[in-house]
Design a protein around this ligand. Sequence first.
Ligand SMILES: Cc1ncc(COP(=O)(O)O)c(C=O)c1O
Length: 376
Amino acid sequence: MLKTDDAAQISRSRARSPYMEWAKAHPSVAYNLAASGMPSYTLADFVAAGWVRLADLELTGPAGYGYPPLQQAIADKAGVSPDCVVAISGGCSMANQLAMAAAFDPGDEVLIEQPTYELLVTTAQYLGARVRRFTRRFEDGFRLDPHEVAQAITAQTRLIVVTNLHNPSSALTDDATLGTVGEIALSVGARVLVDEIYLETQYTNPWRSSIHLGDHFIVTSSLTKAYGLSGLRCGWALASPELARAMWHINDLHGVNAAYPAELLSVIAMRHLQEIGAPYRKRLDANRQIVNRWLDERPEMRVARPALGTTVFPKLWGDNSESFCRLLRERYEVNVVPGTFFEAPAHFRMFLGADTPTFTEALARIGMTLELGVRG
Ligand SMILES: Cc1ncc(COP(=O)(O)O)c(C=O)c1O
């Protein structure tokens, strides 16, 4: 499991992600609420919409630093110039890796929110960071509190890392708060990395990314979560042109070019994000209302109720949700993510993006498990 002590470092050659191993290896069940990305949009959907023909695809394209039409599409979406965009394959995961690699050197100190998406911590450690943490409190709806950042930052901090929306709770952080975090970062010469992958569930295009808060901000995202386009692996980082260039140079060490068919399809997808997102948005809104009504009847659980996002992160009354999650999976065929993967063992993360009948049935099954009195 993660090391959470101050300035923890790990061995690079033994780096691994317990969460990713669990996510890839856990057996599939009938009711999967362990996901966080909307179900796959298919190639057949692209064809049926008349957006793509086989003749439009090609295997090999121009080599260089980014496929220009994709760079431009992401730049237009974010309202930045293309030289601020690093559009890479490998999703938001690779974008985070490049952003971190360009923002600090081994041995530097990195300050990361807690709880968070585990890969942000393990990736920073893999890149040699001394990781410190600051808390986002359940009692405060997991809001990003600049005071906590100010308490934890040191003169050695080179990068502050946050998610917006917050994974796991889906809490939204506004620009004013992020701006304050940016000022705290600037006071010690650090940057702020904002992983905005779940901000895409606002489904607005163009949208206001925190990249506009200053040159010391770096933003990462991808098409994988909100748009059900995980298969394209289309991710990007936004940064000052100078830092973006550094990321491109580091990316040369990881590979030569992206898969061209994926780049072509990503450009097409970027033209149709409103249409692709509309049914997902409708589904999330409907399921959010259902889960809120359901939670009203569930005193066994306390939860910050987000207005956006694909997940909620309830807290059980007990100390640890492991046995609850196990029973839920083994007896009721419902998968949720145990809170241990987010360093919050009393919680579990639940996905809101399953189709509504499946989601409703999964909630009923979670209710049955709660009625058995298993509290962790
Ligand atoms: C906060 C966050 N960032 C990045 C990722 C990885 O995204 P991608 O599939 O685009 O690599 C995830 C996946 O769950 C995530 O939750």
